[in-house]
Design a protein around this ligand. Structure first.
Ligand SMILES: Nc1ncnc2c1ncn2[C@@H]1O[C@H](COP(=O)(O)OP(=O)(O)O)[C@@H](O)[C@H]1O
Ligand SMILES: [Mg+2]
Length: 238
C-alpha cells in the first residue's frame, strides 16, 4: 500500500493557483523527492499533505488518513521540518527536544535521539548560537522525536555550505535505513538525484516529470524534454 496518495490536488492563494492538479504516490520506505524551481508549489503540496493547510480540491491520503479530517491522528504519526522553521533564539537544544517530545502520545526517547544525532554536546547551546548545519541537525531530530512513520523535509539544505549539505544527506539516508519514509522537497536537482529513489518534478503547480533519477535523466536526454529539469540541472543534452 502506498504511504501517501495524492490525487488531483489543487490549492489557490489570493495571488493565484499554487497547485494545479498534482497526483503522487509515495511507497513505504522510499526517499521520494519533490523537486522544482522556487514558487513551483512544492511547499504547498507538503503543507496540504501534512495537515497544515486546507486544500481546495482533490483527495489526499497519508498513512490511510485524510490530513484535514484526521489531522490530530496524522500529526502523531508524521514528522515535519518546514522550510521556514524557526525556534525562539534562547531555547536550548535539549529543551527544544524535550518540549517537542511532550507533543506526542508515544514519543521517541528524546535523550537517545539527541545522542544519536550528535547533539548531546550542544544540549545547553541556545538555538541562535547554532550554525546552519547544527540547526538543520536539530530540526531533523525534532522531526523524528514523535517516532514518525513518514517525515517531510522541506529545503533541508538550503543555506548550508557544501560540507554541511553532504553531512545532512548522510543523515537523511540514515533516516531511511531506520525504515522511515522520507519526502524530500528541494530546488536542488543534484540533491534529489543523490538522495531520492524517485522524484516528481513540479513546475507551476503541476507534475512535469516523474521517475527514478536515472529514468529522468535518460528521458530528458532522449525526448529533449522541455521542462524544468534542464533549468534545474544546467545539464546539456548529449
Ligand atoms: N501563504 C501564501 N499566501 C499567498 N501566496 C502564497 C503563499 N504560499 C505560497 N504562495 C504562492 O504560491 C506559489 C507556490 O508557492 P510554494 O508552494 O511556496 O512553492 P515552492 O515551495 O515550490 O517554492 C508561489 O507563487 C507563492 O508565491
Ligand atoms: Mg518551498
Amino acid at each position: 500500500m502506498a504511504v501517501i496518495e495524492i490525487n488531483d490536488l489543487s490549492k489557490s492563494y489570493r495571488s493565484g493557483k499554487a497547485v494545479d492538479g498534482v497526483s503522487l504516490r509515495v511507497e513505504r520506505g522510499e526517499i521520494f523527492g519533490i523537486a522544482g524551481p522556487n514558487g513551483a508549489g512544492k511547499t504547498t503540496v507538503v503543507e496540504c499533505a501534512s495537515g497544515l493547510r486546507r486544500r481546495d480540491g482533490g483527495t489526499l491520503r497519508v498513512l490511510g488518513l485524510d490530513p484535514q479530517s484526521d489531522r490530530r491522528e496524522l500529526l502523531q504519526r508524521i514528522g515535519v521540518q518546514l522550510q521556514e522553521a524557526a525556534l525562539p533564539d534562547a531555547i536550548k537544544v535539549g529543551e527544544a527536544l524535550r518540549m517537542y517530545a511532550s507533543f506526542y502520545d508515544k514519543p521517541a526517547d528524546w535523550r537517545e535521539l539527541m545522542d544519536e544525532w550528535g547533539l548531546t554536546d550542544k544540549r545547553r547551546a541556545g538555538f541562535a548560537s547554532l550554525s546552519g548545519g547544527w540547526k538543520q541537525r536539530l530540526f531533523i531530530a525534532l522531526a523524528l522525536v514523535g517516532d514518525p512513520e513518514v517525515v517531510f523535509l522541506d529545503e533541508l539544505t538550503t543555506g548550508l555550505d557544501p560540507s554541511a549539505r553532504r553531512t545532512t544527506w548522510g543523515l537523511v539516508r540514515t533516516m531511511r535505513e531506520r525504515g522511515v519514509t522520507v519526502v524530500l522537497v528541494t530546488h536542488f536537482m543534484d540533491e534529489a538525484e543523490a538522495l531520492c529513489d524517485r522524484i516528481a518534478i513540479i513546475d507551476r503547480g503541476r507534475v512535469v516529470a516523474e521517475g527514478s533519477p536515472d529514468e529522468l535523466i535518460r528521458r530528458a536526454k532522449s525526448d529533449s524534454l522541455d521542462n524544468a529539469f534542464f533549468a534545474l540541472t544546467g545539464r546539456e543534452t548529449a
